[in-house]
Design a binder for this molecule. Sequence first.
Ligand SMILES: *Cc1c(COP(=O)(O)O)cnc(C)c1O
Length: 496
Amino acid sequence: MRYISTRGFMGGEGTPSDAVRSGIAPDGGLFVPDSLPRLNLNELQGMQTLSYAKRAHQILSLLFEDFSDSEMETCVAWAYNSRTFNHPAVVPLVRVADRDILELWHGPTSAFKDLALQIMPQLLSHALVKTQESDDMLILVATSGDTGKAALEGFKDVPRTKIMVFYPMDGVSDVQRLQMITQEGTNLSVVAVNGNFDDAQTGVKRIFADPEIKGFMQKRGLKLSSANSINWGRLAPQVVYYFSAYSDMVSNGSINPGDCVNFVVPTGNFGNILAGYYAREMGLPIHRLICASNDNNVLTDFLRTGRYDRNRPFYQTNSPSMDILISSNLERLLFHATDGDSLQVAEWMNALNTKGVYSLSQQALDRIQKLFWADWCSQSDALLAVRQVWDKHHYLLDPHTAVAWKVCDSYQTQTCDKTPNIVLSTASPFKFADNVLTALGHQSQDGDGPDQMLNALSLATGWKVPGNLSHLQQKAVRHQLVGDKEKLGHIVKGFA
Ligand SMILES: *Cc1c(COP(=O)(O)O)cnc(C)c1O
């Protein structure tokens, strides 16, 4: 198995370590495996009795062939344990009404990105040794909220890495801001950028493109890198929880071994759902992957028509982590759906860059539609779903999960498919307490801080505030740097 670029670049070592260390291929493409190992039914069955860490060990060893058994053991033990996840199952399945919910938010930041970002820094740290990289890594992350905190927690005090997170001054929730500016650790820094997410992102891109900064880093033995979801080291760990959910469905008797299931996935950058695609390619019996979007429904249109068109209004919604018009990981699916036609993929990506539009061939679309189904859910319908599911089933959805819940409803009505559905729940409702309180019909008081809001939600529902989110306002503020997007360079140099 080799890792190759979606746009055709064939040089380099092609090892998993190389893919993780490089992040993105030299031609701008994304690393994809040129073939995948398959698990048979016996191996699937064997997973039932394993802990999540052991399941992760089994799957990730197949995807990281150049890691020794003991190296992988170290990585999974560090990432998935009772210190990092506050549930013994790590990703518990919960039956609600006629479907199962896979709770992916029991990690240190209460969002599903922890599943990948707890282990990715470990994979990277080992990959540096294995690729004989002599420089250390300085990770730069522009965040619209969830990624920043999850990346800080993952990279905190990891050898040979430093991390800087840039968040938009106007654009993250109070909870998210407090989570970041109170971050502890000796190898990290957090910077507020004047402006919105685009300003933060532009500022960071400018640093990556600046040869003077690159030279400055080189002299100090540092390489710049990023931790966003196009890195294979973030995607691969997400394959694990698809297998884990399936194993739990078999072991609790919901399905028989070999039966098919559907997964309903709240999607933004197409990373989470693409991990499901890889799980299926590795032998997991998946009938349908159902792609759920919010008002930014570019993927719904694409999966229905084959035409990707980013020229449309951008909405800031109550499921902000899905507010995306360019879903980067889709490029990987295009590569696989065309049997690796990298010239074609490069052409589409070029069209997306220059015109904002491209159209698939009928053949590629047919293949994608055999597996994927898509719909979207408006902001108001999502809040309504939060309310209804609470009233009827006493289960609390966050707004992102509510989008998926609602799309699961429409899938069932429109297709009459009776396959069991597993809905991926990507954030704790407490992380978006203000919207959830609104959905439940509570008026928030002016001047209520995050602590009061979380307590109010806890009081209204009897659900407990996750430890990492409670008393945020009482924690010491450790990061107060502020910068303009043009001037982030000298802040980065100062930190290096
Ligand atoms: C990031 C995120 C998503 C979207 O995941 P993608 O991998 O970008 O598709 C959905 N929900 C929450 C809460 C997130 O943080």
